[in-house]
Design a protein around this ligand. Structure first.
Ligand code: PMP
Length: 393
């Protein structure tokens, strides 16, 4: 097996550098507490912001859809047709987002990887935020467009890059995460759209962490800034606040029509399962009626951030429930996470390079609407005790 010896070498190197992250197997449903290896642990690292991953109404909707439509979509929609539930979901998203039309994908990653190459090609340019999600980077690579990276949150740098480069290309697209997943900060979208409009640049926002969190009843970052008529493409995922699986893009009716002819995950990969689609539909219906889960999420995250920073932790500059506890040193971060789990029954995974830049290793805490005040206190007490023990605080 000489030709595969590099695999073991690569794994050993990851372990030696402290960058090997063990992956836990969860035996229970998602929620504030989960069972791992027979042990109940406080779950602080799920993106299930509002608890919809295990909500009685989303589960019921999924079960009913499975009864009605089965467990598989059968084939790609361009060949085998669209299940009525997918069409209903697309209408619902467009309405919820105040956009003309929407297209559902099988995942958020696929929404980015599929849409970006359908929008721009080798004669075009993408102005991409420095900390954009990996799926945007991959979609950009697949598009063959020239990628020009601008500095994190810097409209000044974006404007400079556009001024210096725009005229050399046919089409231009600026892409940014709405909420940055590792830091919880928010893109300056009003200023970005202004610069883009002046320079004939399309605007694309990934709202994976804004849905169900920002805006009126969780409509997301575009609604939060009232930019529905100025953002051209709004991309999102169903796998976080909406609790299920899948992704989407929303935009003009023509744009969505074109994507159905060009986007490769639409043309070459089978559709989302009907049960997943039904669960998302139900989650949006609940949000339209009632935003109390969103309020609880923000309440929990405010307490968590304040308590951790009061005891001396660096929680960055998050403007959303995402709570990065920045340690810096990779080995120490992995050690803290292990001790939290072994000694305090707190499940909070370490996040290290290459997911975040070197020297900024962290434990990213994700409070949710289903955590109680007592749960948040368990997490804060555990971090306080171990932080002192490890001389982090
Ligand atoms: N974009 C961003 C900003 C994300 O954080 C994620 C999930 N990590 C995705 C896209 C991909 O979404 P999904 O998990 O639905 O594929």
């Amino acid at each position: 097996m000489q030709r595969l010896s590099w695999v073991e070498e690569e794994l050993s190197a990851l372990k030696a550098e402290g960058r090997y992250v063990p992956i836990r197997t969860i035996e229970s449903a998602q929620g504030s507490w989960v069972t791992i290896g027979g042990k109940k642990v406080l779950n602080m690292c799920s993106n299930n912001y509002l608890g919809f991953a295990n909500h009685p109404e989303t589960k019921k909707a999924a079960i009913e859809a499975i009864e009605q439509y089965g467990v598989g979509a059968g084939a790609v929609r361009s060949i085998a047709g669209t299940d009525e539930i997918h069409a209903r979901l697309e209408e619902k998203i467009a309405k919820f987002k105040h956009m003309e039309s929407a297209l559902v994908y099988q995942g958020g990653l696929l929404a980015n990887v599929g849409t970006i190459p359908a929008l721009v090609g080798k004669d075009d340019v993408i102005f991409s935020e420095e900390l954009n999600h990996a799926s945007i980077i991959d979609g950009t690579r697949l598009s063959s467009a020239k990628r020009i990276v601008y500095k994190h949150l810097s409209v000044e740098d974006l404007e400079k890059q556009i001024r210096e480069n725009r005229s050399a290309f046919k089409k231009a697209l600026v892409i940014t995460d709405g909420v940055f997943s590792m830091d919880g900060d928010i893109a300056p979208l009003p200023e970005i759209t202004e610069v883009a409009e002046k320079n004939d640049v399309m605007v694309y926002v990934d709202d994976a962490h804004g849905e169900g969190v920002l805006g009126d009843h969780g409509r997301g970052i575009v609604n939060y800034f009232h930019l529905e008529d100025r953002v051209d493409i709004e991309m999102g995922t169903f796998s976080k606040a909406l609790g299920s699986m899948g992704g989407f893009v929303a935009g003009s009716a023509d744009l969505i029509d074109l994507l159905k002819q060009k986007a490769r995950p639409f043309l070459f990969s089978s559709a989302l399962n009907p049960g997943d689609a039904a669960a998302v539909l139900k989650a949006i219906e609940i949000l339209e009626k009632d935003d109390s889960l969103i309020k609880k999420l923000w309440h929990n995250s405010d307490i968590l951030k304040k308590s951790l920073s009061d005891v001396g932790y660096n929680t960055g500059h998050s403007k959303t429930p995402i709570t990065p506890v920045i340690i810096g040193d990779e080995k120490k971060t992995v050690e803290l996470s292990k001790m939290l789990y072994d000694e305090k029954d707190v499940f909070a995974s370490p996040i290290v390079y290459p997911t975040v830049p070197k020297g900024t290793a962290r434990i990213r805490l994700m409070p949710s609407a289903v955590h109680t005040d007592a749960d948040i206190k368990v997490a804060v007490d555990a971090f306080t005790d171990l932080g002192k023990k490890l001389h982090i605080i």
